[in-house]
Design a binder for this molecule. Structure first.
Ligand code: C2E
Ligand code: CA
Ligand code: CA
Length: 704
């Protein structure tokens, strides 16, 4: 994974992480910790109750033994119980009271507690045996009896619930406790001297089960125990709270941090808006949303064409101000919830738009561009928009394969939009262009050419073809134009139309011009040495070359290095070259002429009129563009223009060459008008060097 991809991956993860996931986790942790605290409290209370109860039971058992002994030795019972300080009741097997002592009495008509058990885990982990008793209630003192012949596991909560039915309804004595009751237990709580006491009655069988010895006991909890428990609970609760708060703080913090990270990563400094990363991630989410599968989206690359020019003329600060205005204008024209806009590199803006009809989308963009052109009061800006469409899920693409929305990569679509926008790059006007697969093919071809261009020069894969120029009156060979061909091992025979525009754009054209000049000079020198009657050969020199102030010297040196006489080389300038720095151009032309090279104006009459250039430039040859002769059947206005152009050239002391002449009538017409040379298929197509050499050696034309 590349660094950019990894960054995107992280950002996607950050932007997707949701706080509510953390809140759910937090709630779970809270419930879990409360359960643990509750169970700890329960266990603690049960254990406490259990141990207190056991010791009270043992004590009752001891007194019961004393009573048993007293029975056997006929000792006076009052004496026996006097020292115990307890309330005592003794019943026979039928629960008839046969003895009572102490302040409180009890009826024996309590109910019983059935099979109450501690929660499983407490009984499992408790080292103490579980005691089973039946508990009766004391309606007088609000305490309970416990008899060993009925089962009772020490679940204090259950006991409390069962007490309630008796406290609330004293008349219901005799009803089993487990029929239940609700409400608060009303234990007699004897507080003082550090004790909380829960009174109840304990019954022990004596005399072989024929009597029940029942004594009042208290479960007393030491206040220290209670305090300890309370403190422990508070500490545990406090710890839990601290943990809880730490978690909450962390969540809030990470949410804030996430917001900050996203702001830093998604913020665009010059426009104060969103950047390309935001477009990729949020736009990706939008187009991948299942609810949006049926929607047609357009990804638009909107280029602020003259931004840099504006910055140079004003300042970068002013330029950024314009970027901000442009961004705000775009934003104002988009649906803030359903569409997106971001500022990419300096001059580029990325847009994600919804649409149904491509023509309506184009109109919408042109309206937007119309507004953007006017964001500056004085300048009219130029904007180019490249559009690439994301079709609804399931729509068959060009090769019939249905579009799968979830696999659509918004960056690839944006790159397609950029390719579409680049196709407008030669235009100085605002406009839109829709992406087409053919553009990708073109782009791939450009890449391939650029990749191979240097190797092609090094391996001499470029060949010089010569197209002869003939005198239409005598059919004599008068000259030729050198035209490039590429014999590529990878791509085969490539005509100049497929490479020259690429080289002109990437600047490699200067290398090509050098290559052609030096090869033509060498060929000429070779033919001269072979004794041929050589004719001047013109070489095309690109306008890109003319920014070099020593161009004339470079050309001279190359030709001299080959040992070629200067009058055998002619330099062709295209009309477009005349739009650049005029003085520099005149300077170079003068130098070339001084060195003895003829200079011609290529493609005269195509595109813009260059009558003005003719006025200023000291040129030797005027090449009439092939367009003059296309579809011309003679006798029309075209002929008038051609004859006037030839006349004009003559009066400026220039020779004329007519290009693209294919039929005899045109040759005759041009001959009659005094055209000096014809370069066209009528006489010859561009041909390889050896073929041309044969023509040079023959010296005369062979009409094909
Ligand atoms: P150009 O300089 O105007 O060259 C003339 C073009 O017209 C040549 O096309 C030639 O083959 C074609 N042509 C000549 N006579 C006829 C005719 O009777 N009928 C038709 N249909 N076409 C005719 P080519 O060789 O394909 O070159 C195309 C363009 O590529 C040239 O236009 C020139 O601008 C550029 N180019 C070619 N070689 C070079 C070079 O070495 N350096 C530079 N800078 N540009 C070159
Ligand atoms: Ca030319
Ligand atoms: Ca031409």
């Amino acid at each position: 994974m590349e660094i950019g991809d990894r960054k995107k991956h992280h950002l996607k993860a950050i932007s997707r992480s949701h706080v509510w996931v953390w809140i759910i986790i937090l709630v779970f942790i809270f419930i879990f910790s409360m359960t643990v605290i509750g169970m700890m409290t329960g266990t603690y209370m049960s254990t406490l109750f259990y141990s207190k109860f056991s010791s009270e039971y043992n004590r009752t058992n001891e007194i019961a033994m004393i009573y048993q002994n007293a029975l056997e030795s006929n000792t006076e019972l009052a004496d026996v119980f006097a020292g115990t300080g307890r309330d005592i009741v003794i019943t026979d097997a039928d629960n008839n009271v046969i003895y009572e002592s102490g302040e409180n009495t009890c009826s024996f008509e309590g109910g019983m507690v059935n099979d109450l058990s501690l929660p499983m885990f407490i009984t499992q982990f408790s080292s103490e045996p579980v005691l089973n008793y039946t508990v009766y209630m004391d309606s007088v003192n609000k305490a309970v009896y416990v008899t060993p012949d009925h089962k009772l596991t020490l679940n204090i909560l259950e006991i409390r619930n069962n007490f309630n039915s008796y406290f609330n309804d004293p008349d219901s004595v005799g009803v089993p406790f487990d029929e239940g009751g609700t409400g608060e237990a009303e234990f007699e709580m004897i507080m003082g001297s550090g004790l909380i006491r829960f009174p109840f009655w304990i019954s022990v069988d004596v005399n072989g089960g024929s009597r029940h010895f029942i004594s009042k006991a208290y479960i007393s909890a030491n206040l220290n125990d209670m305090v300890m428990m309370a403190v422990t609970l508070m500490v545990v609760s406090a710890l839990m709270m601290v943990l809880f708060i730490i978690l909450i703080v962390n969540i809030v913090n990470s949410a804030l941090k996430r917001g900050k990270i996203l702001r830093v990563f998604f913020n665009d400094l010059p426009t104060h808006g969103h950047n390309y990363m935001h477009f990729v991630i949020k736009g990706g989410e939008m187009i991948h949303r299942i609810s949006g599968y049926g929607i047609r989206y357009a990804v638009v690359d909107l280029s602020f064409v003259n931004y840099r020019f504006f910055c140079v003329c004003h300042s970068v600060e002013e330029g950024e101000k314009m970027l901000r205005r442009v961004y705000e204008t775009i934003k104002s024209q988009l649906d803030p919830k359903k569409e997106l806009c971001a500022h990419g590199s300096d001059t580029e803006f990325a847009l994600l738009m919804r649409f149904t009809d491509p023509e309506a989308l184009r109109r919408r963009l042109m309206t937007l561009i119309g507004m953007l052109e006017k964001v500056h009061e004085e300048h009219k800006f130029v904007f180019h928009a490249g559009i690439a469409v994301i079709e609804p899920d399931g729509t068959p693409d060009k090769s019939g394969v249905p579009v799968r929305r979830k696999t659509v990569d918004i960056e690839v679509v944006y790159s397609n939009a950029c390719t579409a926008r680049e196709s407008l790059s030669d235009s100085g006007e605002s406009g839109t262009a829709m992406f087409d697969e053919k553009l990708i093919e073109d782009q791939k071809w450009i890449d391939a050419v650029q990749e191979h261009q240097q190797k092609a020069i090094d391996n001499e894969e470029f060949m010089v073809y010569y197209q002869p120029k003939y005198d239409p009156r005598t059919d004599e060979l008068r000259g030729a134009e050198a035209l490039i061909r590429w014999q590529s091992p990878e791509f085969g025979f490539v005509p100049p139309g497929k490479i020259i525009p690429i080289f002109e754009k990437n600047g490699f054209i200067t290398e090509i011009d050098h290559y052609m000049i030096s090869h033509v000079a060498k060929d000429q020198k070779m033919w001269l040495d072979m004794g041929y009657k050589c004719v001047p050969v013109s070489v095309n020199v690109s306008r890109a070359h003319f920014i070099e102030s020593d161009l004339a010297e470079q050309i001279r040196d190359m030709i001299d290095a080959a040992g070629c006489p200067h009058d055998l080389i002619e330099i062709e300038l295209t009309e477009s070259a005349f739009f650049d720095d005029k003085n520099a151009l005149i300077n170079t032309i003068n130098k070339l002429k001084n060195y003895g090279f003829a200079v011609s104006m290529d493609d005269f009459g195509s595109g813009y009129s260059s009558l003005n250039s003719l006025k200023d430039m000291p040129l030797d040859v005027l090449k009439l563009d092939a367009e003059f002769f296309r579809g011309e059947n003679g006798g029309g206005r075209g002929e008038i223009v051609v004859s006037e152009a030839i006349r004009l050239a003559k009066s400026l002391n220039m020779r004329t060459v007519a290009e693209g002449v294919e039929i005899r009538e045109q040759v005759d017409f041009l001959a009659a008008q005094g055209c000096d040379m014809i370069q066209g298929y009528y006489y010859a197509k561009p041909m390889p060097k050896n073929e041309f050499a044969e023509r040079v050696s023959a010296g005369r034309a062979t009409v094909s």
